[in-house]
Design a binder for this molecule. Sequence first.
Ligand code: HSE
Length: 400
Amino acid sequence: MIKIAVMGYGTIGSGVVEVLEKNRDIIAKRAGDEITVKYILDLREFPGDPHEDILVHDYEIIRSDPEILAVVECMGGVEPAHTFAREAILAGKHFATSNKALIAEYGPELIALAQERNLNCLFEASVGGGIPIIRPLNSCLTADVIEEISGILNGTTNYMMTKMSEEGSEFDEVLKDAQQKGFAEADPTADIEGYDACRKIAILTSLICGNQVDYEDIPTQGISGITATDIRYATAMGRKIKLIASSYKTENGYCAFVAPVMLAPGNALHGVDGVFNAIFVKGNMLGDAMFYGSGAGKLPTASAVVADIVDIVRHKNVSITMQWSADKMVLEDARQLSCRYFVRTTSAKDRIGEAFGPVQYVSAEGITGETAFVTEEMDGFAFEERLAGLKGVRQWIRVN
Ligand code: HSE
């Protein structure tokens, strides 16, 4: 019998307990042993909860219990998750987490700490919720140089953009709905402003290059500036606006960004709607691959956490190798990447022509008092320079 502790009894933590109970037999078969939750750590009380008897408030009980093989962290946030993770590994326990903030910041430290002790630090659920992506990158795609990863990595914003575009709903209304459904972070700023997607692409980029990519170095723009007017133009163009997190291999390194992008129907991520996430991976031998599925929510995310627990039980005496050193990868300027840009301005067409040269004008029914256009393909430096020469700009969005 394997005994584990779950830290955090919120959406994901309670999901982990539920998955372990619902699928107890098949999980036991796959893990080769029965897995039972000995402790649930949470500061709150849960009167009447069927697991009230195993609820503890003191982390020390878990750390000092030699019966606990693995500690599963679903609390979110960096502290005290980081301290608890370190202490658990130092006490000889395997560690699994769904916490991208923790892994983006302390991934290499926790992985090294675990590997030095022949333990595992696994974090499949930290990116893409229930979609397998960490394990594929770490084991199935090790023969390739990964040239690009582009993904819809935040379910909340994708859900919001989809609802706004399909139903014409207002921003605040759809946000509330996403929060009620358990997709959004406790503070939804992390979703809306792209910080959540930024940490996830930092984790993926670190894994493909093998070094630490600091999320603070990734230029990040969220969806809070996207309006119903932008969505109407996108719809008129047959496109969809999505929050995209991308990472590209360049000649000398990598560059990454998070930003809203207007996607054409031919783009692999165009059809990814609602709370779904998808990650497009391009390998130099593999070519293109797509990973698609439930990127947020209680049971999908818990499913990935429990799969990590199963992997830990299968590898209780072996450390699964993971290349992610603490040496920093200095990212290149993402403005070197080229794309077309959608712009809305109150400037007249001759001024637009002077600033941008040939452009493609766009119109949407009922929108007057401004001009919208799509530029030719150019890098970010050229776009910034040209945009600075144009007055009355109301909006600009990358087009892909
Ligand atoms: N708030 C996140 C999202 C949860 O919406 O994708 C999963 O990481």
